[in-house]
Design a protein around this ligand. Sequence first.
Ligand code: NAD
Length: 353
Amino acid sequence: MRTILVTGGAGFIGGNFVHYILDETDVRVINLDALTYAGNLDTLADLRDNPRHVFVQGDIADHALISRLLAEYEVDAVVNFAAESHVDRSIDGPGAFIQTNVVGTFTLLDCAREHWSKRTGEAREAFRFLHVSTDEVYGSLGATGLFTETSAYAPNSPYSASKAASDHLVRAWFHTYGLPVLTTNCSNNYGPYQFPEKLIPLMILKAQRGEALPIYGDGANVRDWLFVTDHCRAIWRVLEAGRPGEVYNVGGNSERTNLEVVDTLCGLLDELLPDSPHRPHVNLKRFVPDRPGHDRRYAIDASKLKHELGWEPQETFESGMRRTVTWYLESPQWCQRVTDGSYRGERLGAADD
Ligand code: NAD
């Protein structure tokens, strides 16, 4: 594999994945991102002079652009991160979720099929389309049980419904056209470069400023948490060795209630900021009305990935959280520019291909 098209590579997981690939392999990355509010060129600032990284601002639903990129760069694999990803935003405005997550994924699949069908020999054999998805497509669990790759789809939010639809399209392109696709369904990620509308960075930045820490409902909703670099390793492993047409669940074996997550990061902030006037940070917790359709519990059985491909998370929840809180404390400029909106000023000067 020499060249991969990564979509959504200016976002949280995509940005971490691009760094991971450039650090750990000799693969060239064509990074296509529409730079919505969630795309941040600051995340890619250290890659400006990297000859193996080509940034292109554009939409995954732009058929002509995608076709051109696949042909011009002789792309060997597509890794699709691009999505509208925030559940609360999907409740307020589901249209963008249908457009990008469903229509966009369809367009990518269609372009990939045309590109793949023109290839011959080894280049055709080796081509892969990896779709990055979420455990939220499986709906909500009770107090026990785990989602496996054969769990029934039961999405409850416009976000998870749009991701579920995209997963079905990916599956159909394998069964109907034979396109060598792979799908990964992963639990909640956390780590560097996550946009502070999501739980962990939101709480870190608010706690640092001494602001109230809003917790939905009773805070007892359970999520399985995975450090983002472990997710990137899993995706690369599936891309290299996964069986076309297969689905792989990715999880961290780290179930925590939202309250436990907030307590952990407050404890780390107390330790790492001994002079903070806001210690103990747990006193900043405030309960707010629950989100509609809020899934109670997600938990992943990632044993297929472990047994077939030898992947396991390297970080524990405690070690990953320590790395994450430390990164946010050591990256005040990245945080400030996201918080005051100035990261968006970069986009007019964004590099094209
Ligand atoms: P994110 O919102 O941080 O990043 C999404 C990126 O996609 C942004 O850079 C945005 O500009 C770009 N984008 C949006 N619409 C686009 C379009 N039409 N064309 C091109 N680019 C577009 O999201 P994330 O948290 O990094 O998630 C990445 C993927 O992983 C998503 O598909 C998401 O469903 C999936 N996922 C996320 C998590 C999680 O915990 N964050 C867990 C499992 C799966």
